[in-house]
Design a protein around this ligand. Structure first.
Ligand code: ADP
Ligand code: DP6
Length: 340
């Protein structure tokens, strides 16, 4: 009982930052992202009656016990739902830095959910799969689809109305996302811990909730109009507000480093010179610069001059989950993109 799935990371333009239910991973606000072509995870899950426990290999190495435990806890939910009691071997390759703010948890859990549910014999709709991915890592539910995706927070306590919905094919609104690496090491405060601390202790959190809701509506409007200026402006404001909440947490923390600020500064400089660019930052020091595809070369050249910049990965909107055998389960809106 074996299956292999490939899932891409996504970058949130309106961030998910906070849970109302930790166990089911139900968010306090809806979020919106674009799936990226460049970064992805490929995961194979093999349920085997000979196994006496789960094993998890990440990037060719046996994962630390803590990580194996996380994967095993996730597989327990899949086993429980399927009514199957077999243990599994899980082999995962991250074609993205792990735990450095490049959303490895999103591609990781989207690939794990797709491979494990298929291997165990569940035949899920993309919506159901997005709910399965969500209980592994919230942002993973958006990676089931390609292009622009909304995670609708839902209201119900059982999570049955909290899932991702594809909004727009990436080809219908092509943008470029330059992933600018200033530090690839693993962050000290994982997203899970960081958002929990913020929800519980930051006096700025209420302000975040109010503005995130408004900004989501504005962002969807920008997508409808294919208005890049609006998209970038709102994404940048939303990222700044998310990071502001962490400064009010107790103990306070900040994902930015001096290199992060250098890139933010450079983006502002580009704008003042008439080159349209905006930044967004997830839970880590690295920066994603949003620009028009026609400006990629010019903007990359300028950002390379920033002393803290180690590497720039140009990305575009990418596809949703695919299986290695070529059966495409999602992306009703992204058929042309599915093999990317
Ligand atoms: P990131 O910015 O990379 O998403 P997070 O702190 O949100 O960082 O999540 C990183 C965590 O996601 C890792 O510590 C690990 O538990 C999990 N993860 C990353 N890659 C995989 C994978 N391929 N399979 C399963 N879990 C993964
Ligand atoms: C800042 O989805 O990694 O990237 O649900 O606890 O696994 P868990 O968190 P995760 O958090 C992502 C936070 C973010 C914003 C976003 O992607 O929306």
């Amino acid at each position: 009982m074996k299956a292999t799935a490939k899932a891409h990371t996504n970058i949130a333009l309106i961030k998910y930052w906070g849970k109302r239910n930790d166990r089911l991973i139900l968010p306090t606000n809806s979020s919106l992202s674009v799936t990226l072509d460049r970064f992805y995870t490929v995961t194979t899950v093999d349920f085997d009656k000979e196994r006496t426990e789960d094993v998890f290999y990440l990037n060719g190495e046996l994962a630390p016990e803590k990580e194996t435990k996380k994967v095993s806890t996730y597989l327990n939910k899949v086993r429980e739902f399927a009514g199957v009691e077999l243990f599994a071997s899980v082999f995962s390759e991250n074609h993205v830095p792990t735990a450095a703010g490049f959303a490895s948890s999103a591609s990781g859990y989207a690939a794990l959910s797709a491979a494990s549910t298929k291997a165990i014999g569940l035949n899920l709709t993309p919506r159901e799969l997005s709910q399965f991915a969500r209980i592994g890592s919230g942002s993973a539910c958006r990676s089931i689809y390609g292009g622009y995706v909304e995670w609708q927070m839902g209201e119900k306590n059982d999570g049955s109305d909290s899932y991702a919905v594809p909004l727009l094919d990436g080809k219908e609104f092509p943008i470029a996302v330059l992933s600018v690496m200033v530090n690839a090491s693993e962050k000290k405060v994982l997203s899970r811990e960081g958002m929990k601390r913020t929800v519980e202790t930051s006096p700025f959190y209420q302000g975040w909730l109010e503005s995130a809701e408004k900004e989501l509506v504005e962002m969807k409007h920008a997508l409808t109009l294919r208005d890049f200026t609006r998209l970038g402006t709102i994404a940048e404001k939303n990222a700044l507000k998310m990071h502001a909440t962490t400064l009010g947490a107790d103990p306070p923390f900040l994902y930015w480093q001096s290199g992060t600020l250098q890139v933010m500064d450079a983006v502002e400089n580009l704008r003042s010179k008439g080159l349209e660019a905006y930044f967004t930052i997830d839970a880590g020091p690295n920066v994603k610069v949003l620009c028009q595809p026609s400006d990629v070369e010019k903007i990359t050249a300028q950002l390379k001059e920033v002393p803290s910049v180690q590497h720039i990965y140009p990305c575009q909107p990418g596809p949703g989950v695919t299986y290695l055998d070529g059966v495409h389960i999602a992306d009703v809106n992204n058929r042309g993109d599915l093999d990317g």
